[in-house]
Design a protein around this ligand. Structure first.
Ligand code: NQM
Length: 349
């Protein structure tokens, strides 16, 4: 059996299999069939593959040198569903992005002699760019450092992410319906895209506090079906078409912050509950908080300064996001993640 070169990497609070595009079949149908086998899907435990049995640990990054003058590498993200035979490229993934720069250096796609290196990434899924600042002593990537992020044990080298062009990257506008608030099935919703198409709803409007654990929310069948019904209607309203088989929009329940942050979040991604929060999802949530008339605006706590650095609270801590506005446009989104190389070798689909 022929193995495929692969690196398992943690990016932020997610984990995935990283490939060079040149090591995978060109034909998307054959490629997706390979990726399903590699991850071990469909099977909730992914026992026959390298996936971890949860969407957050069943991710794939495909990297290639970029043809674009302003970027070093292209990053194509694929979400492999653990328990079905579905793969989706409908979304981007900012957590996994943290490991894209280190992978590019490991594979020699980017070369450096400096102790700090910026890798410019073209994110194919959302057709936008992110710059990753990495620590590279003697021109080599290091994963060791003193930076701690909530949801990951220990400390690692910081990866600073600067995103450009996130506003409306997938829906055409920061507020795709033009409204800070819409109503779907009697629930007030804010439909927003600052890098991750998201629907914000107040937890209290569903008769819950919004401070429940992920497993409590996942076992609430009535809540899940009400949220899925809203999601299916929100998709076309956000210019995303039929979202039945897509992993977007993300569905975020918001409630007042409890630990000094801007807001508390619980996010369906879209069917399992996030143990923390997606990076670009947090960027969308933070932007929504700052828009007068949104469902989050009245309960959010933040200082009206620009750029503004805020903590988006989630089930395992908080994620710090910096937003820079020009009028009603978000022109830069920045945050700190860490990454780690877990394994390098070959996978056997
Ligand atoms: O929103 C999970 C993750 C993500 C996405 C998901 C992410 C982002 O945490 O940028 O990082 O929402 O499916 O990996």
């Amino acid at each position: 059996m022929v193995g495929i070169p692969c690196m398992l990497m943690r990016g932020g609070t997610s984990k995935g299999a990283f490939f060079l595009a040149s090591d995978l079949p060109d034909d998307p149908v054959k490629r997706d069939a390979v990726l399903l086998k590699v991850m071990g899907s469909p099977d909730p435990r992914q026992i026959d593959g390298v996936g971890g049995g949860h969407p957050l640990t069943s991710k794939v990054a495909i990297i290639s040198p970029s043809d674009r003058e302003d970027c070093d590498v292209d990053y194509y993200f694929i979400q492999v569903s653990p328990d079905s035979d579905k793969v989706s490229d409908s979304q981007n993934c900012g957590n996994l992005l943290a490991a894209v720069g280190p992978f590019a250096l490991e594979k020699g796609l980017v070369k450096t002699k400096s102790s700090e290196t910026t890798v410019r990434v073209y994110m194919t899924n959302s057709q936008s760019r992110a710059d990753l600042s990495l620590i590279t002593p003697e021109g080599m990537i290091t994963y060791q450092g003193e930076t701690r992020i909530d949801g990951v044990p220990g400390t690692h080298a910081a990866v600073i992410q600067n995103y450009f062009g996130t506003a409306g990257a997938q829906c055409g506008a920061l507020l795709p319906t033009g409204n800070p608030q819409d109503e779907i099935d009697g629930i007030a919703c804010t439909l927003i895209d600052n890098g991750m198409p998201s629907v914000l709803m107040r937890a209290i409007d569903f008769g819950i506090s919004g401070y429940e654990t992920p497993s409590e929310l996942e076992s609430n069948v009535r809540l899940k079906s009400a949220i899925e019904a809203i999601r299916l209607q929100a998709g076309p309203m956000m210019n995303l078409g039929n979202v039945e088989d897509k992993t977007i929009p993300k569905m975020c329940l918001v409630s007042p912050p409890k630990q000094g942050g801007i807001i508390t979040t619980r996010t369906f991604i879209p069917h399992r509950l996030h143990e923390a929060v997606g990076v670009l999802a947090a960027a969308s949530d933070a932007a929504a908080c700052m828009i007068e008339g949104s469902v989050a605006y009245e309960i959010a706590e933040f200082e009206n300064i620009n750029p503004c650095r805020v903590d988006v609270e989630h089930p395992t801590g908080a994620l710090t996001v910096e937003l820079e506005w020009l009028g009603d446009k978000v022109i830069r989104t920045a945050l700190i993640r860490t990454a780690n190389k877990l394994m390098e070798g070959k996978v056997f689909p």
